[in-house]
Design a protein around this ligand. Structure first.
Ligand SMILES: NC(=O)C1=CN([C@@H]2O[C@H](COP(=O)(O)OP(=O)(O)OC[C@H]3O[C@@H](n4cnc5c(N)ncnc54)[C@H](OP(=O)(O)O)[C@@H]3O)[C@@H](O)[C@H]2O)C=CC1
Ligand SMILES: O=C1O[C@H](COP(=O)(O)O)[C@@H](O)[C@H](O)[C@H]1O
Length: 498
């Protein structure tokens, strides 16, 4: 064996016949393989109830790779598929875990894998605790190698249920063996936030309340709830997007520089940032947060139904499909700087973007005195465009001394021949390497739930008039008023600003 044998492992995929496995995980594993980031010493054992044979499983894996438009050499794909095994198993049946153990020992011998096992829970969260406890009680975590648990969202639906779930999985796994996925942390430009901040004197010296007027984070989606109405109607945008992805981006933007890039140092700074979020009282929720639900409208030229007419959604649903909020971070660096967030479904376009608006200069030498200069902006384009723009003021060409805003654009995903790896690909690779930096620590999860619980509890008990925004718009009017009260407005998201 070479020195890399610490990465030789078996991925046990619970929920191997499901949507996530098909759309994201199989294509990601294949991409790692074809890039040479996975040695031949690996195996994937798919687990689900369906009575599939190894052959049927492999056909499905192969189809999912082709559907993901990955160019696959037939021979290469065939070799890749020999690493896949399938076991029909009901995860609630303790006895069948012995079959799993036998199969794992088998593939470990065949592919010379030293007992390293990743358990990936791509299943409904109600099974996470059961699987965790059987993995331990049936001796499957008892191997000569390492064991790691990758766990999907949602991680609970409030602090109490998240705590219960965490206690259950902690019976079988130590905190440092648990990899809680937040796929936004695998996105190229989310990972770039740290580099932009900590590798550029230009920004780090300005990254404080003396220079920054406000920060805006938008994650808009043009899709509705698609076929996930059943799940979404019990969740809503606050739990689905704000508790995890949005607050993770806030933490990365607000944290202090870590002393090193080690997992525990980065996490500890993110935890401090989340701890500094100003908590609200129930009475203050409406002052700081706005909720919305989409009605019918037109998206990309097509008529679409309102949320309440979607499949598996209660026709009188009070579930929010849009959230905007104003967050304050009570520490020395950020005191007084509002961080605005907004996210929603069936909005005008799909775009995730961060805008940092710098404070105006104390006086304007140019233009007319009563006119403000255009504020300097740093825009981090997370998706679909990936890149950075900086908006500065320049001189209008010609004799006048007038200034005009000038936009400097860097496009990350425009480089020829470079395909940004899919978030899941990067996160799977990290988990195989044992790098948990881009996964969420329990303390981050707990602090995020603590922050959103007060909002969800207040909303559950108060009345609301839904729908309150048209599909294809940028959300309810109240979301604009949230900023107008502070003298600001939302900067347009990428496509509409070009
Ligand atoms: N799909 C997505 O894009 C995303 C999903 N997630 C999360 O990932 C997880 C999985 O989601 P998704 O793939 O969409 O869900 P699916 O409903 O598509 O898949 C569920 C899987 O669980 C299996 N399963 C269900 N009950 C049992 C059982 N008792 N024993 C063994 N296997 C069982 C099903 O297979 P079978 O019926 O054959 O038993 C199937 O493989 C969820 O936690 C979800 O929130 C997170 C982000 C995005
Ligand atoms: O976790 C989730 O994220 C997606 C949005 O992810 P993106 O990578 O497409 O921006 C969202 O649609 C889904 O509701 C939510 O569960």
């Amino acid at each position: 064996m070479t020195n890399n044998n610490h990465t030789y492992c078996t991925i046990v995929l619970f929920g191997a016949t499901g949507d996530l496995a098909k759309r994201k995980l199989f294509p990601s594993i294949y991409n790692l393989y074809r890039k040479g980031l996975l040695s031949e010493h690996f195996a994937v054992v798919g687990v689900a109830r369906r009575e599939w044979s190894n052959e049927v499983f492999r056909q499905n894996v192969s189809a999912s790779i082709k559907e993901a438009n990955i160019t696959a050499e037939e021979q290469d794909l065939e070799r890749f598929l020999t690493h896949f095994r399938y076991l029909s198993l009901n995860v609630t049946n303790a006895a069948s875990y012995q079959d799993l153990n036998a199969l794992l020992c088998n593939v470990e011998e065949e592919f010379t894998i030293p007992g390293n096992r990743i358990f990936y829970m791509a299943m409904a969260p109600e099974f996470f605790g059961t699987i965790g406890s059987y993995l331990k009680s049936e001796g499957i975590t008892n191997t000569k190698g390492w064991t790691r648990l990758i766990i999907e969202k949602p991680f609970g639906r409030d602090l109490e249920s998240a705590q219960k779930l965490n206690d259950e999985i902690r019976h079988a796994f130590e905190e440092d063996e648990i990899y809680r996925i937040d796929h936004y942390l695998g996105k190229e430009m989310v990972q770039n936030i740290g580099v932009i901040r900590f590798a550029n004197a230009l920004f780090e010296s300005l990254w404080n309340n003396r220079r920054i007027a406000n920060v805006q984070i938008t994650s808009s989606e043009s899709l509705g709830v698609e076929d996930r109405g059943g799940y979404y109607d019990t969740s809503g945008a606050l739990r689905d997007m704000v508790q995890n992805h949005m607050l993770q981006m806030v933490a990365l933007l607000a944290m202090e520089p870590p002393i090193r890039l080690a997992t525990e140092e980065v996490r500890s700074e993110k935890i401090k940032a989340l701890r500094s979020l100003r908590p609200m009282t129930a009475e203050e929720v409406d002052q700081y947060f706005v909720r919305g639900q989409y009605g019918p409208g037109i998206v990309s030229g097509k008529e679409v139904p309102g949320y309440r007419s979607e499949e598996k959604v209660n026709p009188n649903s009070k579930t929010e499909t849009f959230v905007a909020g104003k967050l304050l971070i009570d520490n020395h660096r950020w005191a007084g700087v509002p961080i605005y967030i907004r996210t929603g479904k069936r909005m005008k376009e799909k775009s995730t973007e961060i805008v940092v608006q710098f404070k105006d200069l104390p006086m304007n030498l140019y233009n007319k005195f009563e006119e403000q200069l255009h504020p300097n902006l740093l825009i981090i384009h997370i998706q679909p465009d990936e890149g950075i723009s900086i908006v500065l003021n320049g001189k209008r060409i010609g004799a006048s001394e007038e200034t005009i805003p000038v936009k400097l654009d860097y496009c990350n995903n425009c480089e020829d021949g470079i395909n940004t790896p899919e978030a899941y690909e990067k996160l799977l690779y990290d988990a195989i390497q044992g790098d948990a930096t881009n996964f969420t620590h329990w303390d981050e999860v707990a602090l995020s739930w603590k922050f959103v619980d007060i909002i969800s509890k207040t909303w559950e008990t108060s009345s609301v008039s839904f729908p309150n925004y048209e599909s294809g718009s940028m959300g309810p009017k109240a979301a604009d008023e949230l900023l107008e009260k502070d003298g600001f407005s939302w900067w347009p998201v990428s496509k509409s600003s070009k």
